[in-house]
Design a protein around this ligand. Sequence first.
Ligand code: NOJ
Ligand code: CA
Length: 660
Amino acid sequence: MKSQLFTFCLLIFGSLVAFAQPQYEIHLSSKLDNDLYYSISRNGRPLINESRLGFSGNVNLSNFLQHKGTTERRVHQVWHQPWGENKEIVNDYFETVTKFRGENGVKMTIRWRTFNDGIAFRYECIVPQTDNIIINDELTEFNFAEDATSWSIPANFDSYEFLYRKMPLSQLDNANTPMTVRTDSGIYICIHEAALTDFPEMTLRQTQGTRFQAQLAPNPDGYKARIEGNRFVSPWRVILITDSAINLVNSNTILNLNEPCKIKGDLSWIRPMKYIGVWWGMHLGIESWTMDERHGATTANAIRYIDFAAANNIDAVLFEGWNEGWETWGGRQNFDFTKPYADFDMDSVVRYAKTKGVALISHHETGGNVYNYEKQLKKTYRWLADYGIHCVKTGYAGGIPDKHSHHEQFTVRHYRKVVLTAAKYHLMLDVHEPIKPTGIRRTYPNMMTREGVRGMEWNAWSEGNPPEHTEILPFTRMIAGPLDYTPGTFDILFEKTKDSPLHQKWNDNDKGNSRVHTTLCKQLANWVILYSPLQMASDMIEHYEGHPAFQFFRDYNPDCDWSRALQGEIGEYIVLVRRAGNDFFLGATTNEEARTLTVPLDFLTTGKTYEATIYADAPDAHWETNPIAYVISKQTVTAADVLTVTLAAGGGQAISFHEK
Ligand code: NOJ
Ligand code: CA
């Protein structure tokens, strides 16, 4: 077949002012031979070499295609969301739609969008005269033009709770997305997907050298996706391309590729919240989820937590282990989501919280038993709505029945069903052991936050997360969306609990010597950096009681309007600022290296004066040997000032700016 070449070229404007990024040129070309290919270059330098497109399955969606025309358009929109890192978002792209006709009347359209920070494409397929389309494999490739340094977690279809690996692309067998790479010439590329709602997740598999192919999470029967009907639209395949690490953090492209909000009417029940929870004690082993002598979620404890929240400007409280079913933990889970334990008096807890103006977050650990959860979903959500509860934390710690995995199409459909049902009953969601974020929060803003990360809990019962972990996350996992990492553990060395025989017993069973691998001030800074619209202070309230540094969380406003990563390098350090109303909150953290950074305050509103409260590592602080040492100081500042931010090894600094 004659080879046809289509080229689309776009000069990128607009990046100059917003991101201080020089004007550059991304060039996309597509080639149709027997098969279909694309390649990408930037300023004449190849980034992605000829890479295949298409699918294999019960219909031919990859070759014997004929080009049937191309249309182009430029789109510029400004849209708003009820919450987010930024409430106002500019969506500016150049779209190229190429249409193909294949065997037996198959219609395949590839929709390309070029943004100032990357390129995305998706497949839109119609297969006449069929009842279902089976996808055996996705053929999409990302054939990197040169070797580069990569940061990724392994491709695993059940979990994202891994440490990141930094290694040359050429040595990587597989990776989950977002996978971020830095070329020798200083270009940053991040591969991810957007708008994953009815498809298996995409991971990457190395097929040769620096060539990767999409590897979809399989159904137990071996196929990857099954579409009922004769058409489907794939999730977006996204290649972010920037010339600084922080511009990856500042990208809104994943959100822009999702559909506008589909929840109609009043959205006031959707609101960012700060929360505490009966939680950390269980992970340390000194409290329990089951109703025994260590039971955490008792009525008395609930009242204590509600009182603490009310006294400390905290919006909500989470209770885990409040419902029946924890006794069989580790087996096939059959939790009852409307049956509180006998020592948790739901009615009086709800009544008490109302009088104190504190919201409750209910907890639904499914143990992975999605059938059991779906069976109770509507009844449970109605029960919560009747109590006036608007937030649920779900969890899937355990195998999905019938050999299904957490990340395949079957389970993606389950997660979506939960989001839609929750929206109906005005419930916000915080999902643990989730499917990774792909921006669907734009469409369903009740999908607030999720785990999908090796979070704080790992510090309680394993060798923990090393200092650099949270300097990698903003440039990898967080490009996908918010994360419920649950920062804020103040008892860094578990000094207040480690002599408890219960904690010791727990540790003996696991790795022992557990602790948090940061300074105290880094915990504060992570409340700002590790963005979650439901932001938790993870420690037990006893450890905050009367602590001067807890003032930062009291003042912190999770409902930010605007955010900007100011400085940073992957796995090394990051400085990030968010504005909420008239206040600003800045977080800066570093890996194991102590460093001093110069931070101009030009993000502050010109002409205004602010009181900055600075929570800094003490001069002799060190994450390993002296993690708690901190100094709190106050300074009057304006946008013309420049701060010197000194960070201890494994340390951090948090600053709140309050308009005077
Ligand atoms: C794992 C979750 O990540 C954690 O937050 C929760 O406490 C436990 N599962 C129990 O549900
Ligand atoms: Ca987890």
